[in-house]
Design a protein around this ligand. Structure first.
Ligand SMILES: [Fe+2]
Ligand SMILES: [Fe+2]
Ligand SMILES: [Fe+2]
Length: 469
């Protein structure tokens, strides 16, 4: 058996309370709560009881905090991939919303919500064809479905729950808004609707310089003043967008600079590592929804990886990071068109080339997040092999840390438990044989596979469980 890094400090102890002093831990939490704007509360942590459960401690480890804006940017990077070659949609919408919101005079808290909601507004869109409809048609009849789906997804994640009603309204016409929504929710939802349509109009003329189409975009939007869009918001948009710089700022290189400035802006809302799970689960659910064949794939990879990591003797916080990496490993698949993911036959050479790009996209998105240095490697190396014939970096045994090897095995194992368009799901014997075959080819870690084989039933259950726990 190899000696694993990050071994448990007190691996002989079976009692969690022997490994951690609860009092010191609670002191640490209180310190962080004082400094973190969006930090967990003690009540969140303990669910009202005086002693936190083991699971609470694991999932609320406060030793590291991550910039919330960076995490929302990470999600928007992932969401924008659904456009395949039409990238940055959510960022252009967020930029226009912020600039218009500033002109309109929203307060700081509203601006913060507006920015996050605008970046995440299309979280209900996992499919390339849905994205194409929404961008190419000014008022697509299928649009409300993705608003409802996005709203439901955010409602389920405490970190983003407050954005849920705004997302629900982002294709609702101003005249049709239900008066039961608060004024500011209606205004933020309608502003996203306005800027979203502005971007759709720009993309419909994407072959022309934006400065040459800006007047026709503005004229089209004016046509819907009072019917689709709030007159006051439309006036604010017209005022904000009167300059050339407004439009030129949406070129990719300037947009990227704009996003970096938002990350650096004060105050920095921070997220505890425990709450990262909400972000990772949201990302996993969005990417797994791309195809019914891959439903719950990332969840299964994450569960299997955490289980195997524990069996391999990693300490709890590393198991937790491995689980997060498992949830995020395939986020780059958002760029793979539906037609390729669902093709009921072998992929052509060029389709394979598109598919091969997905783990590189995952890496590109994850490694920009400060604090995700390990998670980005462990998650994005899941198609690398010990002999160096994997992709996209052709790493070898010396480069591949054990957590990355765990996720690679989890990815193979989980995928085999599911049906694919070109093959049925495999039974346990076939999965077992396939792992053995890959070991014989020196592609996956033999010691880890031995652990899987010794605990096959539990591994199968972790990988194949289709219900979100
Ligand atoms: Fe959109
Ligand atoms: Fe993958
Ligand atoms: Fe995968």
């Amino acid at each position: 058996m190899v000696i694993y890094r990050h071994k448990k400090v007190s691996s002989t102890s079976s009692n969690w309370s022997d490994c951690i002093c609860i009092k010191d831990y609670m002191q640490e939490i209180k310190k962080v709560i004082l400094t973190e704007e969006k930090m967990i509360t003690v009540n969140d942590l303990t669910n009202g009881s005086s002693i936190p459960s083991r699971a609470d401690i694991i999932t609320n480890n406060p030793m590291k905090v991550i910039n919330l804006t960076q995490l929302v940017h990470m999600l928007s990077d992932m969401l924008d991939l659904v456009g395949v070659n039409d990238l940055h949609h959510s960022k252009r919408v967020a930029y226009m919303c912020l600039e218009t919101g500033r002109t309109f005079g929203f307060n700081h808290s509203q601006m913060e919500k507006l920015y996050q909601a605008a970046l995440l507004h299309d979280c209900g869109v996992s499919s390339t064809s849905v994205h194409n409809h929404i961008i190419k048609e000014m008022d697509w009849s299928g649009a409300p479905e993705h608003c409802a789906r996005g709203s439901t997804l955010l409602e389920a994640q405490p970190l983003f729950r407050h954005l849920s009603p705004i997302i629900l309204l982002h294709h609702t016409h101003w005249q049709e808004l239900d008066p039961s929504f608060s004024d500011w929710v209606a205004m933020l939802g309608n502003l996203i609707h306005l800027c979203d349509r502005a971007d759709a109009l720009m993309q419909q003329s994407a072959s022309k310089p934006w400065l040459s189409v800006r007047n026709s975009v503005r004229d089209t939007l004016v046509h819907y003043k009072g019917s689709w869009f709030s007159p006051k918001l439309l006036e604010a948009f017209l005022a904000a967008s009167r300059t050339e710089s407004f439009w030129l700022s949406m070129q990719p290189q300037h947009l990227s600079q704009y996003m970096t400035e938002q990350e650096l802006a004060d105050p920095h809302p921070m997220v505890s590592t425990g709450r990262l799970r909400y972000v990772a689960e949201l990302a996993a659910e969005i990417v797994d929804t791309k195809s019914h064949y891959t439903a719950c794939h990332s969840q299964g990879v994450a569960r299997f990886s955490a289980h195997l990591a524990e069996k391999a003797g990693f300490e709890t916080d590393v198991c937790w990071q491995i689980e997060i990496a498992g949830l995020l490993h395939d986020i780059g698949k958002m760029r793979v068109p539906d037609s390729i993911l669902e093709k009921p036959a072998s992929l052509s050479f060029s389709e394979k080339a598109v598919m091969l790009g997905h783990s590189f996209e995952s890496y590109q998105i994850l490694h920009h997040v400060k604090g995700f240095e390990d998670i980005s490697r462990w998650g994005a190396y899941h198609h690398e092999t010990l002999i160096g014939d994997g992709y996209p970096f052709h790493l070898t045994e010396a480069d591949l840390e054990i957590p990355a090897r765990i996720i690679a095995i989890a990815d193979i194992f989980q995928a085999m438990t599911q049906e694919r368009p070109y093959r049925p799901a495999k039974d346990p014997d076939a999965v077992f044989d396939s792992l053995e075959h890959r070991v014989s080819q020196h592609r996956i870690d033999p010691d880890l596979v031995k652990l899987v084989e010794d605990d096959f039933e539990a591994c199968w259950e972790a990988a194949a469980l289709q219900q979100k726990t």
